[in-house]
Ligand binder design. Structure first.
Ligand code: HEC
Length: 252
């Protein structure tokens, strides 16, 4: 007993236990579930997660005029519809059926589609509002909200990042800024995703996003002019690197 209490009195040991408890409490309260990803599949899962989020963004973009239609109430842009379209787009892009995929990849993608479904459910009243045109429901907002819910459910992080974000949640960290630079200085090929193990248990994947014609009304020129939401445009030109989808997976 004497020995134990003397050991407990040792500062490093005390710090160790306090640390462990703090981590346990944080995990409990942050709701990060114990979905333990195998390092064997992390690279594939990261790539698929980034593709699935990009597909969701495309589905929202393809229906932007409908969503912004002030003359229509019920738009049929339902949670189930979005989930189905997202899945179809994903299966088309990767040339694989979800049910034929390895189970960890399938389950993770299912969680991402569920998160998207929840986001569209939360937004139904907003989306179906009569008499309002622009409702602020755009691909980037859909992507951020979906990523947040998905991370809460799985512990896997997927964000749309850039140097000077409109929304602080999207601010690139040091690693992501380095990777964005890699696309700008030609170290990486454009339009291709890259992944790295940053340590034995962390896999990170980056997929670049470029300015297309449809982005210019909000992110285009002249810099400082106001977009449809009354926010200043950044002054990008078509083809500019706007940012990236960034996935971070912790593995066993
Ligand atoms: C209707 C205006 C609008 C259009 C069109 C638009 N964006 Fe955005 N974009 C925004 C807003 C608003 C945000 C901040 C979203 C948030 O709250 O997370 C944003 C955020 C982003 C972000 C995250 C970084 C940041 O600045 O917060 C990326 C990346 C992005 N947009 C890329 C694109 C691309 C690529 C396109 C075209 C395919 C596009 N956007 C079209 C308004 C727009």
């Amino acid at each position: 007993m004497m020995y134990l209490s003397r050991l407990w009195g040792a500062v490093p040991l005390r710090l160790f236990f306090i640390g462990i408890s703090a981590v346990a409490i944080l995990m409990l309260y942050s709701g990060v579930s114990a979905m333990v990803m195998s390092s064997r599949v992390a690279n594939r899962v990261a790539e698929h997660v980034s593709t699935m989020l990009a597909c969701g963004r495309s589905v929202v973009a393809a229906h932007q005029d409908l969503i912004n239609d002030a003359s229509k109430g019920d738009k049929g842009f339902t949670p189930a519809y979005v989930k189905k379209e997202m899945r179809a787009e994903f299966e088309k892009r990767v040339g694989l059926k979800l049910e034929d995929m390895e189970h960890q990849a399938r389950e993770t993608l299912q969680e991402l589609m569920d998160a998207a479904e929840d986001v569209v459910r939360d937004q139904q009243d907003n989306i179906n509002r009569l008499g309002v045109g622009f409702k602020g429901f755009i691909p980037a907002v859909f992507g951020r909200l979906t990523g947040m819910k998905f991370r809460y459910a799985t512990g896997v992080s997927v964000r749309q990042v850039t140097y000077e974000p409109r929304n602080a949640y999207n601010r690139a960290d040091a690693f992501e800024r380095e990777m964005l630079k890699g696309y700008e200085n030609g170290r990486f090929k454009p339009h291709l995703g890259y992944g790295w193990w940053t340590d034995d248990h962390t896999y990170r994947y980056i997929y670049p996003l470029y300015i297309e014609e449809a982005c210019l009304q909000c992110h285009g020129q002249p810099a400082g002019a106001l977009d449809i939401a009354g926010k200043p445009k950044e002054g990008y030109k078509q083809g500019d690197l706007r940012g990236a989808i960034s996935v971070l997976i912790r593995t066993d």
